[in-house]
Design a protein around this ligand. Sequence first.
Ligand code: AMP
Ligand code: FE
Ligand code: FE
Ligand code: ZN
Length: 280
Amino acid sequence: MIHEFRADLHCHSTFSDGTYTPEQLLTSAKEIGLKGLSITDHDTVDAYERAIPFAKHMGIDLIHGVEFSARYLRKSVHILGYALDIYHPAVKHYCFLHRERRKTRNLEMIAKLNKHGLMIHYADVEKEASSNNGFSVVGRPHIALALLRRGYVNSIQQAFKLYIGENQKCFVDGPSFSVAETIDVIHQASGKAIIAHPHLIDDNTIIQELIKLNFDGIEGYYSMFLREHQKKWVDLGESKGWIITGGSDFHGDIKPHIKLGCSWINKVTFDELAKYQASK
Ligand code: AMP
Ligand code: FE
Ligand code: FE
Ligand code: ZN
């Protein structure tokens, strides 16, 4: 059991593309000795209806969170929102728009897959998203699972590599939202807007442009990256006077090599975010 305060601020539940329910995430967090958690589902805060009472029951402190998808200069950028008012109408509306965006895009990807002879239907994909007692956001991992179930691929990785990974033959960008409007929605809901996993942004021009925007922080500690390899991002965040967050990006069984709590933040950072949340 770890006695030091550790909080994992980045994980996904069955409400997006994680395979653990909110209750399973909180139970696992407790088992490994985490004191705090933020569930950051893609484009939805629906997990919190169940997570809030269950976290109280488990004695885990929750920071309300979300991971929004956005596009900048035609590249995909993820933005974490923390300590935001999850009941704010701007958040509710934005999540609704993302759901519509995803449906359009998923239908386009499925049409492309069908053209290539991979006969899956939207209902198959929805079924993958709903099979685990959650479900509000349908994403590419659910398309990958449908392809796997029909035997068209032999792993989720292979589905991305051959068909639906960025720039692969059945990938579709679809409609998108800008980074600026995403930050704005988070700010309207009095949350903090954080650049997610800069480690995965392979284009320095994008980073240089992003840091000019009115973010409040950066995810300096990310997933399995070694702490010494994160210094660049921590230093960048500190030079801006930003909040430095961290988390595992745990998705459960669809990314089994990534463990909950493999990246975390300490009590000082956690309390700073908790303070913003409490002040609402
Ligand atoms: P979407 O939001 O629908 O574009 O799906 C993006 C999600 O797909 C990411 O958050 C990951 O969970 C997952 N993903 C992206 N690339 C891969 C990959 N190569 N292998 C497995 N999962 C991936
Ligand atoms: Fe994901
Ligand atoms: Fe992400
Ligand atoms: Zn994530």
